[in-house]
Structure formats: structure tokens, C-alpha cells
Ligand binder design. Structure first.
Ligand SMILES: CSCCC(=O)/C(O)=C/O
Ligand SMILES: [Fe+2]
Ligand code: NI
Length: 180
């Protein structure tokens, strides 16, 4: 179940708001210009799908986003607990960063925790299968995949280069809850 938990950016131990209600989550996020929708991730991808399989299965969803917003490229990130890169990648995404474009992600398997640093607050969104999220360009954020990751997400970019991040150097992520 998707969840949103909101903290102030000065008190990491006491949430100020929490919900698992998709409509309430959407309302809160839309108020911050964050797009959050429940799409349908209903294709059978097998145990450990490669990128081509995922793209092929969800070309209709990619086409819809491209038609809507003119996005230019996409890729697939798929993580499992046995990935030898899991610790390195977890650390990388746990460093607060920004992108020069909206961060558009469609979760087609599993779950991961997006943490947005917005207007003096921290929005922790547990995104799961079926969730489409789009975080505005320039929003400081981090992402936790947990110690035993299990997710597949399609990443849609408004550039030809794909994933480009600017790390803020702020250690704020260290203070906030993470996935087990
Ligand atoms: C579910 S995609 C996570 C990795 C990533 O692309 C990113 O930018 C995290 O902030
Ligand atoms: Fe990011
Ligand atoms: Ni909860």
C-alpha cells in the first residue's frame, strides 16, 4: 500500500502527517506540484525482467507520457536483493540531489521510498507497483531502496542523456527513517 508521511525538515522523529489513502496522498502531493497517480501495472514480467521486456510490456504507458509531455528518453531500473551493486546504488540515491528536469517514475513491480525536501518539510512517499510519480525539476530529494531491494521502475526523461543528478551535499537524509 502506498504511503505518505510528512515531517518538518528539523524534526525527523515525529511525523506531522501520515496516510495510506491514495486520494489523500494525491491531494497533498498535487498541492506541492508533485504528480501522483495510480496507473495499471498488470503485465507479467517474469522473475527478473530485462529492460527490453519491461519497455515492451509498458510501451503504451510510455507512449501516453510522451504524447502528454514530449519526454525524450526512458530506461528501466530493476533491483533485486542479490544485485551486487545494491549497496553502492543505495548510497548513491540516498544522497540528496536534484535533477534539471521532472523526475518521472512508473513503478511496475515492488516498492521504494522517495523523500522530497519541500518548503521546510520532508515528504516520504512509499511508492509501490502501479504508482506514477513526477517530482518537479530542481526539487531536492533522495530515494531509499532498502537493504534488500525489490522493485522495477520505468524512468522517463526530458532529455537525451538519461539520468543526470546534481548532489546538494546536504546530509539531511541521514536523519530520516529508511526502509529496513
Ligand atoms: C525508482 S528510480 C530511483 C532512482 C532514481 O532514478 C532517482 O533519481 C532517485 O532519486
Ligand atoms: Fe532522483
Ligand atoms: Ni503506515
Amino acid at each position: 500500500m502506498s504511503e505518505l508521511t510528512i515531517f518538518t525538515d528539523t524534526e525527523a522523529s515525529q511525523p506531522v502527517w501520515h496516510s495510506t489513502d491514495a486520494e489523500a496522498i494525491q491531494k497533498r502531493l498535487n498541492a506541492k506540484n508533485v504528480r501522483f497517480e495510480r496507473w495499471e501495472a498488470d503485465r507479467d514480467l517474469g522473475e527478473s525482467p530485462d529492460a527490453e521486456t519491461v519497455i515492451h510490456a509498458y510501451q503504451h504507458a510510455i507512449d501516453r507520457l510522451v504524447a502528454e509531455k514530449g519526454y525524450q528518453s526512458w530506461d528501466v531500473i530493476s533491483m533485486r536483493g542479490d544485485n551486487p551493486q545494491k549497496e553502492v546504488l543505495r548510497e548513491k540515491f540516498l544522497s540528496e540531489h536534484t535533477h534539471g528536469e521532472d523526475e518521472v517514475r512508473f513503478f511496475v513491480e515492488g516498492a521504494g521510498l522517495f523523500c522530497l525536501h519541500l518548503d521546510g518539510q520532508v515528504y516520504q512517499i512509499l511508492c509501490e507497483k502501479n504508482d506514477l510519480i513526477s517530482v518537479p525539476a530542481g526539487t531536492p530529494h533522495w530515494f531509499d531502496m532498502g537493504s534488500s531491494p525489490h522493485f522495477t521502475a520505468i524512468r522517463i526523461f526530458d532529455n537525451q542523456e538519461g539520468w543526470v543528478a546534481k548532489f546538494t551535499g546536504d546530509k539531511i537524509a541521514d536523519a530520516y527513517p529508511r526502509l529496513p
